[in-house]
Design a protein around this ligand. Structure first.
Ligand code: ADP
Length: 172
């Protein structure tokens, strides 16, 4: 039987508990045999971690979720619908935190439907606990030495702290 595959594309720079929540909820739906986490560059945002670093970190974070689920972490470039078609995915997962997200996501969703009507866009509304949470905000908190507990997975906290320390010359 054909594998039911979905892709969740994001910058994951870094992965937050909001991303994690979306991933866990998609897995819980039990609709897909395989979830592909597609790590991409967002040209509108400056990145703290390289794409390869993000792939590695993401792999570590989702290792515990892999039990009983197939999760693949990959880099992705170009149009998301092209990437989805290439890997044989039938759905693209996105999270919606706010009306602003919805506006952006709807626009992208209409475009994607136009480009590839066979790919379904699936939108999950953010868990209210994480509705304020973005990678950009997390980077700002890290850069200012704030408490990252509850915002990102533990392994991400460590990596973030050492990255901002290196960037500001506070460590060797
Ligand atoms: P990009 O830079 O590609 O937009 P992001 O990592 O910012 O990458 O977001 C990718 C997807 O994850 C988007 O659909 C976004 O709405 C969703 N997302 C990000 N943060 C959260 C969150 N806290 N809760 C739910 N969804 C989120």
């Amino acid at each position: 039987m054909k594998e039911r595959r979905a892709v969740f594309p994001a910058s994951f720079d870094p992965m937050t508990n909001g991303h994690m929540d979306i991933i866990e909820r998609v897995l819980k739906l039990g609709v897909f045999d395989e979830l592909v986490l597609a790590v991409g560059e967002n040209p509108e945002k400056s990145s703290l971690f390289s794409v390869q670093e993000r792939v590695t970190l993401l792999g570590e974070v989702v290792a515990d979720l892999r039990d009983g689920h197939t999760i693949i972490v990959r880099t992705a470039g170009g149009l998301m619908v092209d990437f989805a078609q290439e890997i044989g995915a039938t759905a693209i997962i996105r999270g919606v935190r706010s009306p602003r997200d919805f506006e952006y996501e709807a626009e992208m969703g209409f475009l994607n439907h136009h480009l590839a009507p066979n790919i379904e866009m699936i939108f999950l509304i953010a868990d209210p606990r994480y509705a304020f949470l973005s990678s950009t905000l997390v980077k700002q908190v890290a850069q200012m030495g704030g408490n990252l507990e509850g915002l990102v997975p533990r392994v991400v906290i460590e990596r973030l702290q050492s990255r901002v320390a290196t960037a500001s010359g506070r460590s060797s």
